[in-house]
Design a protein around this ligand. Sequence first.
Ligand code: TGC
Ligand code: FAD
Length: 400
Amino acid sequence: MTTARSHEHTNIKGEVDPRDLLQIGRLLSPEEVLVQETARRFVEDRVLPDIAEWYEQGVFPKELAREMGALGLLGMHLDGYGCAGTSAVAYGLACMEMEAGDSGFRSFVSVQGSLAMFPIWAYGSEEQKGEWLPRMAAGEAIGCFGLTEADSGSDPSSMRTNARMVNGDWVLNGSKMWITNGGIADVAVVWARTEDGVRGFVVPTDAPGFTTNDIHQKSSLRASVTSELVFDEVRLPADAVLPGVAGMRGPLSCLNEARFGILWGVVGAARSCYEASLDYTKERVQFDKPIAGFQLTQRKLVEMALVVNKSYLVALHLGRMKDDGLITPAQVSFGKLDNVRNALSVAREARSTLGANGITLEYPVIRHMNNLESVFTYEGTNEIHTLILGQAITGLAAFR
Ligand code: TGC
Ligand code: FAD
């Protein structure tokens, strides 16, 4: 009886789709599938044909911002002010497809939507929202997020950038380092020390005294602009401060949003590496047979497939939790920590299966592998997320 029932419930003749082994797509709504397909088409048509060249030249094609805006990809999980107002899962799926193209594109979408638009949307005045959000959603204005400094990375609360009131204006001094989109931004959300603790400022990048220096000679995230921001007596009106938040909770709450996009995005990068490896190893013949026919290669492919599918399930579960308003920062850390390190291991494994070809930009794998080294570090390093989770499960903080 038990045997008969289990047969009824098992599709014993069914074949698996190696590109969707667990059919996770079945768990998505038609609207979510539509968002995913839209982002995937954009990547196939507008990113993949040129990405190797952009990566090699070290440029981000900022003219594509308006196309991403027209597709509703910028600030897509926010409501109103020209934003698409999608679910968190839909936002995650878009991040996954963007990063299957290149982490630089997912970074662009993360920084614009989760780090620059989100604080204005959540903590800004009506004037700040009206002035910036519609243009940012359309990709007409580009944003960046300045938290990290040269001497304050994992511990941003040690920042030195400061703002003081002088004759009714704010005067901003200091610098920020490693800022994505910095050199191409129209507006920067800058976190600075004030008499009332850390506050966020909405700073137009053409303000006198504001300069940027792009960081060169990167071997990772080359199709993305990373810059230093320098503030030398930058004078801002009193209403440049974000009125809705004070203290480190402001910037750290934005990180929850961006880390959520990352834990989805890296599934896309891992999937791209796995698929490149699968295609290559089925074609590449050594010792008179395709290398995919060797047990050692199959083990690599299977490990990659397991990781891609498990990471996707973690992302989807966390996405549903977020849509239900239940997700906690520690759960976001779970996904950021584990999905990023797993994606990196997939990229390294995939790289080995491509042999010498694996070191060229003709295939996406080494590009993803190098990009993921940045993703491993930014938005909280592997160690910081380990400590956040350590604190969550023990009740004891071990950061200091
Ligand atoms: P701590 O004393 O624990 O907290 C200070 C205040 O903040 C609150 N808080 C949070 N609120 C919301 N979400 C979170 N995740 C929060 N974490 C903490 C906390 O409740 C407290 O509030 P209140 O009201 O009681 O004052 O803070 P700490 O200074 O000990 O720091 C904790 C730690 C180490 C976890 C934090 O500093 C951290 O996450 N460090 C990592 C830094 C980081 O991730 N930087 C990312 C910079 S942006 C970036 O990398 C962009 S990459 C972009 C791209 O291209 O995709
Ligand atoms: P550090 O904090 O100096 O860490 C160095 C090492 O020490 C790491 O392994 C770390 O885990 C370890 N470590 C530190 N503290 C502890 C501890 N308590 N216990 C154990 N180990 C510890 N920042 C922004 O604000 N905006 C951006 O847009 C942005 N974009 C970025 C883009 C790129 C390409 C990169 C690479 C970085 C970007 N960052 C951005 C900065 C990023 O968030 C920081 O690099 C990151 O937070 C780590 O800081 P750090 O590089 O100073 O490393």
